[in-house]
Design a protein around this ligand. Structure first.
Ligand code: SAH
Length: 217
């Protein structure tokens, strides 16, 4: 049974203050962080890790992102209620829950079938219902374009062109770009059908984005 106790809520409040202290100012992001029970994503044996500001292994060699990183990417996306958001790298589904708490409609793609199956089953049991897809997210979801916002939660070598194509004009894409050790957070704004602008932020360390417009298989 999943239980969100008084103690868990207290720990979550502390986590929100920590993330705020690291520079997150978007109240809606902080509020969402305070709502999603991150400990539901952890095995009982590792519960004490759930409310530390750290990434954590979720199996299949993948991780649930650090809360600060989730908050940072979400803040750059400037999420508005009703935004249609494409997320590449479902993983645990935690980031997708944050986006949904903020009123976004989420399309999320995971490459690893086992993770896709697990998260597709688990998230609805918590009451979160994104649209789940299994496959190479670097190709996007052409059948569902355009997206108001696109979020890549894995390290990309370059900006995947199909994703730029599937972004709404005026839309924002947030993606960590770099090598396998370190990536720079990039915020891409689509200015017109053929023009984008880029803004560069801090360095982060994500697992590699595989697939055709990522690092390959
Ligand atoms: N957003 C996740 C963290 C994801 S870790 C969370 O909130 O927990 C990055 C994820 O991206 C991994 O699960 C990895 O398997 C996935 N991934 C890597 N390349 C991908 C691709 N081309 N398409 C879809 N998913 C990909």
């Amino acid at each position: 049974m999943l239980e969100d106790s008084y103690r868990h809520r207290g720990l979550r409040k502390k986590l929100v203050r920590i993330v705020e202290g690291k520079g997150i100012t978007d109240e809606n992001v902080l509020e969402a962080l305070g709502k999603v029970p991150r400990h539901y994503f952890f095995d009982k044996a590792f519960l004490e890790h759930a409310y530390q500001d750290k990434a954590f292994p979720i199996g299949e060699g993948q991780t649930i992102s650090q809360p600060f990183t989730v908050a940072f990417q979400t803040q750059l996306l400037e999420i508005r209620k009703g935004d249609k958001v494409l997320e590449i790298g479902t993983g645990s589904g935690y980031q997708a829950c944050i986006l949904m708490e903020m009123g976004a409609e989420v399309y999320t793609v995971e490459y690893i079938r086992k993770l896709y199956e697990r998260t597709k089953k688990f998230l609805p049991s918590m009451g979160y219902k994104p649209h789940f897809f299994c496959g190479d997210g670097t190709k996007g979801l052409p059948a569902f374009k355009p997206f108001d916002k696109i979020l890549i939660t894995a390290a990309a070598p370059t900006l995947p062109q199909p994703l730029i194509d599937q972004l709404q004009i005026g839309g924002i894409m947030v993606v960590p770009v770099g090598d396998s050790n370190l990536q720079r957070m990039v915020k891409v704004t689509k200015k017109s059908e053929s023009k984008i602008s880029k803004e560069y932020f801090d360095y982060f360390s994500f697992v590699p984005l595989v697939g055709k417009f990522g690092w390959g298989k």
